[in-house]
Design a protein around this ligand. Sequence first.
Ligand SMILES: NC(=O)c1ccc[n+]([C@@H]2O[C@H](COP(=O)([O-])OP(=O)(O)OC[C@H]3O[C@@H](n4cnc5c(N)ncnc54)[C@H](OP(=O)(O)O)[C@@H]3O)[C@@H](O)[C@H]2O)c1
Length: 311
Amino acid sequence: MPDSNNSGIQDGPLVLVAGASGYVGGRFVPRLEGVSVRVRCLARTPDKLRPLVKVSTQVVPGDVLDPASLADAARGVHTAYYLVHLMSDSKDFEAEDRQAATNFARAAKEAGVRRIVYLGGLGDDADQNLSPHLRSRHEVGQIFRDSGVETIEFRAGTVIGAGSLSYQLIESLTNRLPVMLCPRWLSTPTQPIAVDDVLAYLSAARELHAGGSRTFEIGGADVVAYADLIREYARQKGLRRWLISVPVLTPYLSGLWLALVTPATYSIGRHLIEGLKNPTVVRDAKARDVFPIRPMGVKEAVRKAVAESKA
Ligand SMILES: NC(=O)c1ccc[n+]([C@@H]2O[C@H](COP(=O)([O-])OP(=O)(O)OC[C@H]3O[C@@H](n4cnc5c(N)ncnc54)[C@H](OP(=O)(O)O)[C@@H]3O)[C@@H](O)[C@H]2O)c1
């Protein structure tokens, strides 16, 4: 049986969260803890997570790259959330992503899990230049769908919220550099989404009627360029910033540049940067028809993130 600190006071279906210690997972678990479900979190280091969750929430040890560790975690689970981001400094993160998703899907299938909910990335599958990072995020969704477990995949661009890696990049760049030499990717169109709206979609996915696997592209109310995000953040922080376009900055150099000025490690920066050249815009609007969620725009999302950073 899973290592559990559940006092047994909760009823309702059992929900598993993989990635509960991460940015999105760490904000999602408290939401689940507020509704009538039993919550189980999968963690590589349970001792770190335990103080952060309610006493009624189970914390079970597990690593998605270790298939043997997943069987107990998946037992009895109704809905399993996959909010895992490997993004290690491994050269072969695509193979690891694939292996991790295959392990998780197999454990879910064998345990009779009814639904997997996965948060991946936006990006056009037909784009020949889709970055390895975004392609890999899409492949993970496909692995879940192919497993035979009903899968709800959300595809999001930049998630705006204090602590989100992609938002931290914007924050760090803008805070530190009064004058920015901007690579071309700063003009790529993107449709950022506030973390609260992401959490609303993740919550709603649990109650979606059964009906086969579905993929939903999700984004905020505005399509902007990354440079606009920087400008909006600077405006709200009262910072004067100059952005000067330099078309020759390659993803490699951009990654090195980010490594100098941001808290993200170079390899994570590079993977993210490679993805920034791809437009991340909602092209299929069916999430609007299916969910009663009307995501906020960039100004409001940045306002909330700035306020959260100050708190
Ligand atoms: N943040 C964004 O802007 C954004 C935008 C679009 C989509 N998304 C998607 O949202 C999902 C979550 O992203 P995030 O920003 O919350 O990521 P994150 O903060 O980097 O968190 C990643 C989580 O994955 C866990 N993890 C890593 N390797 C693991 C392993 N081998 N076994 C089990 N757990 C492992 C980490 O646990 P440890 O504590 O053990 O490391 C952590 O809980 C990802 O699929 C990402 O693509 C995020």
